[in-house]
Design a protein around this ligand. Structure first.
Ligand code: IPD
Ligand code: CA
Ligand code: CA
Length: 268
């Protein structure tokens, strides 16, 4: 994709993200229809669906040859990342959206032949946009984010994580995870994977570790984190697959090695 095309798609994507965010913000106090999906805590609202449908119609109208992967099912069923693919989570942090009316984000990643070229994470209620174009750095609104080049040791690291290691398909022994939580300086759970990637990129947490996320949770974040020198892999240090669920570890690369080594002893 040439620089001119990249800029054009970025401009449109940003405009649609801001438009969708403005709509959500101005309607935040309206009554919501809340449903559940895979389990009673997996929430979806008409706002999630309407927002994804808004993106899908804009993209299909403007770029009919692009493909879309979206959480709510308005996109395409893809088996390859060939061509230009938009990976969208209309509301990441739906539980926060429903219960707190804040701390959720719109997350849009654009990939070209499998390579992430644009990442947009919009913290809607705070009106803060994290954004990046490949090889052009990452920004928080107008401020360029600094590279993550500080050496961080485990004992001084703040790591974003949730308690999904307790899920039935435990990837790492519980005892090891308990030791890990004690080893690091602190843990944080924000309830939006996209925002956790954004906070990592901003350098206010040092890592983010989770056992299972979908492509739409991470697509934009991977691009933004990559622009500040963050490394995003699965918990074995292997590349992420944007067509499947992955375990995810994102941090600066010195800390990444230490975390992988630490949890490896409890890896099943
Ligand atoms: C969820 C959030 C949450 C993460 C879950 C995701 P959703 O996304 O990112 O932080 O722990 O695994 O499913 O369902 O609110 O879009
Ligand atoms: Ca999500
Ligand atoms: Ca979502």
């Amino acid at each position: 994709m040439n620089a001119e095309m990249l800029k054009e798609i970025y401009t449109k994507a940003r405009q649609w993200v801001e438009e969708a965010g403005h709509y959500i913000r101005t309607n935040i106090d309206n009554p919501l229809t809340v449903d559940t999906k895979s389990n009673p805590n997996d929430l979806v609202t008409t706002m999630d669906q309407d927002t994804e449908s808004f993106f899908v119609s804009k993209i299909k109208e403007t770029y009919p040859d692009h493909s879309i992967i979206g959480e709510e099912g308005y996109g395409d069923k893809l088996t390859t990342l060939e061509g230009t693919v938009w990976i969208i989570d209309p509301i990441d942090g739906t539980m926060n959206f429903v219960h707190q009316k804040r701390n959720f984000a719109i997350s849009v990643g654009v990939y070209h032949n499998g390579i992430g070229v644009i990442g947009l994470i919009y913290d809607v209620m705070a009106d803060v946009l994290y954004h990046a174009k490949r090889n052009e750095g990452a920004y928080k609104n107008d401020k360029k984010l600094n590279p993550l080049n500080k050496e961080v040791v485990l004992e001084e690291a703040i790591v974003g994580m949730n308690h999904f290691w307790l899920c039935p398909n435990r990837l790492v022994e519980e005892e090891t995870m308990q030791q890990f939580v004690r080893k690091v300086r602190g843990t944080r759970t924000y309830g939006s994977a996209a925002l956790e990637f954004a906070f990592l990129s901003e350098g206010i947490i040092d890592g983010y570790l989770t056992m299972s996320l979908s492509p739409w949770d991470i697509a934009a974040g991977v691009v933004i984190a990559g622009e500040v020198g963050g490394t995003a892999t699965n918990i074995d240090g292997q590349p992420l697959n944007m067509l499947e669920k992955n375990s995810v570890l994102v941090c600066n690369s010195n800390l990444q090695k230490d975390i992988i080594k630490f949890i490896k002893k409890g890896r099943k």
